[in-house]
Design a protein around this ligand. Structure first.
Ligand code: NAP
Ligand code: ZN
Ligand code: ZN
Length: 348
């Protein structure tokens, strides 16, 4: 099926209108008309080949919400008209220990990314993402979006939501935990909302003083301007867990200092260059840990969507037309978005 899309044709050129081919749904496939797609900072890193792994043409987009148009004969649980979502992965090996544990995002052989992975179905040279009118996805990688959630506000849950929800759960965040979130962007604002909804006491670290009031509206109990050494000192040894969502290299040591004994800082931001080195002794003396985390598995993503449905949690979004994507990338680099751009695919 020929499908309109937007693609980057090289690392240094803007995204342009581009026609791709989607496969006809096979027996286990769900065909989806995309209504909304969130704009993740990873889309920008990838379109510009900042991680040195991008095949071109590149059609980004892994925060996909739409309506089912057609299902294969063996599909159970989805029918035409259902509102569904697709996140960062569209397949995995399904047999390794991680896949069997529902952690397809940690598949031993590497999962199939929604865009930029070899396409097992050969519909294109590689997979193409949600900056397009339609997508065909195996039923096991399709999520259910609670009807109570606004479609545009729900789209960013598929990446920003699960990427923050998964580590918050993994590290036991809830009532009685004091959590820090670093960076109030797409991921960070979801981290604040989700941690608050889980009952935690939330401290937001930001480089942007202008975001302080907003952070409190989103659920933060305390805001620390991370460039202010005095404010950082005031937060020393207070937090059980810190979720760091910053998209650029920066000194991690001042945030490690905010952890209590046995505290953990989880890095989810994925800058293209390394952070400055970690200081060892502050970690040794309080048994502090630094870990990474990558999105989440399918089961946990559905759990997160249901949690958001139950708690009325969605992303704060600015809806843009497809043709506005290049301007949106530039504004994202300046931190000028509250707090996620979402493309309205009706404009394509
Ligand atoms: P975003 O909306 O651009 O937000 C990033 C935030 O980081 C900014 O709002 C800003 O917050 C802070 N920041 C940016 N540049 C900074 C700098 N030079 N120094 C200090 N702070 C800076 O990006 P996003 O979509 O949330 O994505 C964040 C990162 O996570 C990206 O690297 C993305 O690729 C990665 N990511 C990882 C996963 C995963 O599975 N691990 C999944 C999705 C995305 P303040 O203004 O509040 O300081
Ligand atoms: Zn993403
Ligand atoms: Zn696997």
């Amino acid at each position: 099926m020929p499908t309109p899309a937007y693609a980057a044709l090289s690392a240094t050129t803007p995204l342009v209108p581009y026609s791709i081919t989607r496969r006809e749904p096979g027996p286990k496939d769900v065909a989806i008309e995309i209504t909304h797609c969130g704009v993740c900072h990873s889309d920008l890193h990838f379109a510009r080949n900042e991680w040195k792994m991008t095949p071109y043409p590149c059609v980004p987009g892994h925060e996909i919400v739409g309506r089912v148009t057609k299902v294969g004969a063996a599909v159970r649980g989805f029918k035409a008209g259902d509102r569904v979502g697709v996140g960062c992965l569209v397949d995995s090996c399904r047999t390794c220990e991680s896949c069997r544990a529902g952690l397809e995002n940690y598949c031993d052989t590497g999962f199939t990314m929604t865009y930029g992975s070899p396409d097992a179905h050969q519909a294109g040279p590689h997979t193409f993402g949600g900056y397009s009118k339609a997508i065909t996805v195996d039923q096991d990688f399709v999520l259910r979006i609670p009807e109570s959630l606004n479609a545009a506000g729900a789209a960013p849950l598929l990446c920003a939501g699960i990427t923050t929800y998964s580590p918050l759960r993994k590290f036991g965040v809830g009532k009685g935990t004091r959590v820090g979130v670093v960076g109030l962007g797409g991921l960070g604002h979801m981290g604040v909302k989700l941690a608050a909804a889980m009952g935690a006491e939330v401290t937001l670290f930001t480089t942007s003083p202008g975001k302080a009031e907003d952070a409190k509206r989103l659920g933060a109990h305390r805001v620390v301007i991370s460039k202010d050494a005095g404010q950082m000192q005031g937060a020393a040894n207070t937090l059980h867990f810190v979720l760091n969502t910053v998209a650029a290299p920066h000194d991690l040591n001042p945030f490690i200092a905010t952890l209590r004994r046995d505290g953990t800082m989880c890095l989810v931001g994925a800058p293209d260059r390394p952070h400055p080195p970690l200081e060892l002794f502050p970690m040794l003396f309080r048994r502090r840990a630094v870990v990474g985390s990558l999105i989440g598995g399918l089961k946990e993503t559905q759990e997160m969507l249901d949690f958001c449905g139950a708690h009325g949690v969605t992303s704060d979004v600015e809806v843009i037309p497809m043709a506005g994507i290049n301007a949106a990338f530039e504004r994202m680099l300046k931190g000028d978005v509250k707090y996620r751009f979402v493309i309205d695919l009706a404009t394509l």
